[in-house]
Design a protein around this ligand. Structure first.
Ligand code: PLP
Length: 286
């Protein structure tokens, strides 16, 4: 079966899904993206992703070409057309294709580009959920508006390539001796006195939708949560370490730069928070 993508109002086979070489997403990375996981054919926590999309486009004065209600309809139609059971829907909106390569915004009536595609991933039963992953650390060389989910991802491409070459599952980015976040994930530790610590939102990190849900679910269960930065040394001394993202949910980290965290196995709190998150995901999927 040929995979279907969405491009500016049309559902087309992926091989025919094309945008102009003058598209500002291509020329300047002048665009925003979102990734929502699909579990058993339904979108997880999509309201949170669409709220972040609206915030991101607002921060760069990019009007959405469709309402978020319509965007959700398109996401659902794409899931249905591709018979997607488990995986994700990627969506990207850019400032469109102008007639040349002017850095300033287009002056004429240039319609933003909106594209979406899906991909299959066994998000619940990924083997790494059982074994945990290793992470490496790299300097955080990104711009200072990381709260905007911009398609300018070169720093993360290089960080995650370094991780792949080292046989690690994620790269943690470090600034001023403290962990900002993963290449495509938020970072958490559980301290020896059972406090869940994750860096506070702000311009240094992307406000993760999964991070937000996990913090709320943990607090509802009377777990103490502290939103503050932490160092790699603190993570190595922690009881448990994990990352969160839309497509890995809650994923244990068992080594950092080759050094073992705790006993080198996913911890019980990480496993429990993963189960709680999966239950939340199922209960709220649309
Ligand atoms: N931080 C960065 C830099 C990311 O790219 C992502 C997701 O891709 C996250 C955090 C996790 O965000 P979410 O939980 O919304 O997927």
């Amino acid at each position: 079966m040929e995979e279907i993508a969405y491009v500016n109002g049309s559902f087309v086979p992926i091989a025919e899904a094309k945008v102009s070489i003058l598209d500002r997403g291509f020329l300047f990375a002048d665009g925003i993206y979102e990734v929502a996981a699909v579990l058993e054919g339904k979108l997880i926590d999509n309201a949170s992703h669409l709220a972040r999309l609206e915030r991101s486009v607002g921060e760069i004065a990019l009007p959405l070409p469709e309402t978020t209600e319509r965007i959700e309809q398109i996401q659902k139609e794409l899931v249905a057309r591709n018979h997607l059971v488990n995986g994700m829907v990627y969506l990207e909106v850019t400032r469109g294709a102008d007639s040349g390569r002017d850095f300033a915004f287009p002056k004429g009536d240039v319609r933003p580009t909106l594209v979406m595609f899906t991909s299959v991933k066994d998000i619940v039963n990924a083997p790494s959920a059982k074994t945990g992953i290793g992470v490496i650390t790299v300097p955080d060389i990104r711009w200072t508006r990381r709260d905007i989910k911009s398609v300018a991802l070169l720093a993360q491409v290089l960080a995650k390539q370094a991780a792949a070459e080292a046989g690690a599952g994620e790269a943690w980015m470090i600034e001023d001796g403290l962990v900002t976040e993963g290449g495509s994930s938020s970072c958490f530790i559980l301290t020896r006195d059972d406090v869940l610590v994750t860096r506070q939102n702000g311009s240094a990190i992307l406000p993760g939708c999964t991070r937000k849900a996990v913090v709320r679910l943990a607090e509802e269960r009377q777990l103490r949560v502290e939103e503050r930065p932490f160092s790699v040394e603190e993570a190595l001394a922690a009881r448990e370490v994990f990352i969160t993202s839309a497509t890995v949910f809650v994923q244990a980290v068992v080594t950092i730069d080759g050094k073992t965290v705790a006993n080198g196995k996913p911890g019980p709190m990480t496993d429990r928070l993963r189960e709680i998150y999966v239950d939340f995901a199922r209960a709220t999927a649309v």
